[in-house]
Write a protein that binds this ligand. Structure first.
Ligand code: CTP
Ligand code: CA
Length: 224
């Protein structure tokens, strides 16, 4: 596939990809975050550009070079990501949610730095739910024919958890990774199985994130 970048099978399509991990601020200097590097989302963006798509990459707190040819929108929090995805997905043929979205955010933001006081225990941290962007966009497609793809990192019974999540989210494809101690965040490689609601599963062997990205675009293109 990568030896033939002239094969523009995604030409005329607009695809929206979220990448990275959201940060939920506690005060001006602190946040709740996660370890997502954004590499899988950037690989999706590069391969989509190579295959001829118009690409909007919504990047949450990544430290990677902008993929040539993609429109990059930068966000920090889950609520900013939600807003950016809603806007970009309005005319999109595919939405791929590769970003790690914080499920919860601090209930309150302190406009001044939180200080400790002598002899006082810290106050418990109250959290509230963030919007579920994937579930919401899957349920309310801006137009028929938009393909929505989710990602999930699972442990234990990875396939059963993935199947349940696919049904819960209502998306067209769910890319499921197994996470464990030997499968570090930020690596250049990935191994996954792509689940579809018709019961099919497409295993993708351990390899570069571009290879997984190309399989995702193959499966999306089949569904168009
Ligand atoms: N996702 C989202 N909005 C959220 C949380 C997750 O759009 N608030 C998307 C992610 O981008 C990913 C997919 O949903 O594509 C699965 O994320 P995951 O965290 O595995 O799903 P959750 O429903 O939050 O399940 P869990 O309780 O296992 O974290
Ligand atoms: Ca989650």
């Amino acid at each position: 596939r990568r030896a033939q970048p002239a094969l523009a099978d995604l030409a005329g399509r607009h695809v929206v990809i979220s990448a990275g991990g959201t940060r939920e601020p506690l005060d001006p200097v602190r946040f709740l975050g996660n370890r997502s590097s954004g590499k899988q989302g950037y690989a999706l963006a590069r391969t989509a550009v190579a295959r001829g798509a118009r690409v909007t990459l919504i990047a949450a707190n990544t430290e990677l070079a902008d993929p040539a040819g993609a429109d990059v929108v930068r966000v920090e929090t889950a609520r900013q990501l939600h807003e950016a995805v809603l806007k970009a997905a309005a005319d999109a043929d595919a939405l791929v949610m590769a970003a790690a979205v914080a499920d919860f955010r601090p209930a309150r933001y302190a406009t001044g730095k939180i200080k400790k006081k002598d002899g006082e225990e810290p106050a418990p941290l109250e959290l509230v739910r963030n919007p579920d962007i994937l579930a919401e966009l899957s349920a309310a497609r801006p137009h028929a024919g938009q393909i929505v793809v989710g990602f999930a990192a699972e442990t234990d019974d990875v396939l059963a958890n993935g199947r349940a999540k696919l049904a819960r989210k209502g998306c067209d494809l769910l890319v499921v990774n197994e996470v464990g101690e030997h499968k570090a965040f930020g690596s250049e490689e990935n191994e996954a199985v792509v689940l579809a609601p018709d019961g099919t599963q497409t295993p993708v062997p351990y390899g570069p994130k571009e290879a997984l990205a190309d399989v995702v675009w193959d499966l999306v293109a089949q569904r168009w």
